[in-house]
Design a protein around this ligand. Structure first.
Ligand SMILES: [Zn+2]
Length: 304
């Protein structure tokens, strides 16, 4: 197990997005059943309203930015138009939330919270959440860079795998900050979708200490770090994408296999895969940072 609360990161969420999109995009919802009101606590009018707003709507697409996943909704049928840029169901997976695609009539999961039935009687979409930290909410879509996103995450920056990710601008912004590089990587307003695990992995690849001052990072190293970020996310995505069962889309039940390819994260005391030095663990905010003392030397005090 991971010492951090294992919130799914971008690669896991992208695997789920792809799976859900494959089975659900383009289908019309027949009905939505909320089996536990806590799962829709983010919808103040309550479970019945949540279900009635969704009935008859078409799930047009399943999108993601960073760790956020949403189902964008189309018309209500009969030619009736829905005003505005559109609505979406935003899924917060929390630490134990799962979106499953199951044949209609399959036995209910013990922790099934919300069931989406479709007009074609095909597979259902199910939100299962043992600890009910996650949930579903309705959101208005607002235009953002390259994508319409739920209003509640309108401030979240593009993630490095999005076509609209502006790498030059991000490098400029990072270098203009007065902070440590890992804090910048985790700042969702600057660059989204990088959590503690992939930040540590990318920093190790780029041979940068987590506290390296952003203002003293030259352009070449900043670009090399972003290359490392894209690499680690891409590799995790490939690992996840190849090992998931097409009709059973599960986030947390499959997170373990990502750990096999980790070089430093969670490996305190183990040899660095590059030089053999024992991996060190430092306290970082309320979590940990893992790095190699030789490959990632402590930077000098910043000059600000
Ligand atoms: Zn090393």
């Amino acid at each position: 197990m991971f010492e951090d609360g294992r919130v799914p990161e971008l690669p896991e969420v992208e695997v789920v997005r792809g799976g859900v999109a494959e089975y659900v995009a383009g289908r019309r919802l027949a009905g939505v059943e909320v089996l536990h009101p806590r799962a829709v606590r983010g919808h103040p009018p309550g479970p019945e309203d949540f279900a009635s707003v969704l009935a008859g709507r078409v799930v047009e697409d399943v999108s993601r930015r960073g760790k956020y996943l949403w189902l964008s909704l189309g018309d209500v049928g009969g030619g009736e138009e829905v005003s505005g840029a559109g609505q979406a169901v935003l899924a917060h997976l929390g630490m134990s939330g799962q979106l499953l695609v199951q044949p209609s009539g399959a036995v209910d999961e013990k922790h099934l919270r919300v069931r989406f039935r479709f007009a074609d009687d095909g597979p259902e979409l199910r939100f299962v959440d043992q600890r009910t930290f996650g949930g579903l909410s309705l959101a208005e879509l607002v235009p953002s860079t390259g994508l319409a996103v739920p209003d509640s995450i309108g401030h979240i920056a593009a993630d490095p795998l999005e076509p609209s990710f502006d790498r030059e601008a991000v490098v400029r912004l990072v270098r203009s900050r007065r902070t440590g590089i890992k804090r910048a990587l985790l700042d969702q307003n600057l660059i989204s979708g990088i959590g503690n695990i992939y930040a540590d992995e990318a920093l190790w690849r780029a041979r940068l200490h987590w506290a390296h001052p952003t203002a003293e990072l030259d352009e070449g190293r900043a670009h090399a770090l972003l290359d490392s970020v894209v690499e680690v996310l891409g590799e995790a995505l490939v690992a996840g994408g190849t090992s998931f069962d097409s009709l059973y889309v599960n986030v947390n039940g499959r997170s373990g296999y990502f750990s096999r390819s980790l070089s430093v994260y969670g490996r305190a005391g183990s040899p660095c895969p590059r030089c053999g030095t024992a991996i060190r663990r430092d306290a970082f905010t309320n979590r940990s940072s893992y790095s190699c003392p030789s490959c990632q030397p402590v930077p000098p005090e910043p000059h600000w």
